[in-house]
Design a protein around this ligand. Sequence first.
Ligand code: NAI
Ligand code: MG
Length: 359
Amino acid sequence: TTHRIAVIPGDGIGREVVPAGMEALEATAGRFGITLEFDTFDFASADYWQRHGTMLPTDWEETLRSYDAIFFGAVGWPEVVPDHVSLWGSLLQFRRTFDQYVNLRPCRLMPGVRSPLAGREPGDIDFVVVRENTEGEYSSIGGRIFEGTERETVLQETVMTRVGVDRVLRFAFEQAARRPKQHLTSATKSNGISISMPYWDERVAEMKGQFPAVRVDKFHIDALAAQFVLHPEWFDVVVASNLFGDILSDLGPACTGTLGIAPSANINPERDHPSLFEPVHGSAPDIAGRGIANPVGQIWCGSMMLEHLGHPEAAAHLLAAIEKVLSYGPGEAPLTPDLHGKGTTAELGRAIADQVRQA
Ligand code: NAI
Ligand code: MG
């Protein structure tokens, strides 16, 4: 099988971790008889913005639409382009235009990685956050009136559609049904947000009828945030609206160690459009250019991409190689400084690619 992959390194450490991700992907593809054709694009970056005054070329949509997946680094370089411009001008366009309505973020405590939470061992924390990615609190409906006066008033509406809520819930229930624990947790706030959140709860209850094997519970978002930190081992699949999911999907990976290892996928489950795979972290201007960024988040994204493209065994093999190399610890493996080692991005990427070929 041949898959065409659009590669967008973006800014900062995106350009450093993406090559490591491609190397690991190529090693994995080679072992499993998969052909990956990579085309690299320079748009969705501060450089591109400096040269063209926009983040994307006018034909970006037809260009990217012809690919099976998008392998994305990170976008953002606040010295050159304000973050809301770089983000709305690129990633958010991709998510909405390609209807990537699921944002999937695995949170797993990996061997060799210290959790900031005391007493947790690898295996204790292993859950996924499923975030609604196209509607909800992140709508552009609203406005400002009486600007600059004492009556200044700002309004921004939450939008929940039945189709939009049901499709992300269905994806989350399907994930839960496939996992050993078959447990789904819904994030709500129906005690305070009295119109949209009770509707969300109602749709969860309705969907539950179609998945009798899945155990379902719900928490208000404030309590849920606390439980992520106090009892992360309680969770299996956590489904949330756009805003709640955004917060949980940063908190979850934070509980499992460094930001540098956390992956995410923006998925169009129907495969009508390409899905996009990107690490949770950004362009990290504070360490960019030094070759010390952790490439594991980007490489793990490669595993998620292989899974999405229909190669679960190759995906599992790559993930196992990541776990193996991390488990050697900073003494034996070239782990990057965020993992208390002295390795570089390229060295850690190479070690994982080697492990893929050997195992
Ligand atoms: P960031 O994730 O880039 O960095 C936060 C901290 O984590 C920094 O101290 C950084 O050095 C560290 N870090 C991040 N990734 C790492 C890695 N792979 N290895 C080792 N350490 C790592 O978040 P920040 O600083 O808030 O944002 C920087 C820029 O990135 C901004 O322009 C922001 O808008 C953008 N950004 C883009 C995202 C995306 O493309 N999806 C996501 C988050 C931020
Ligand atoms: Mg976020």
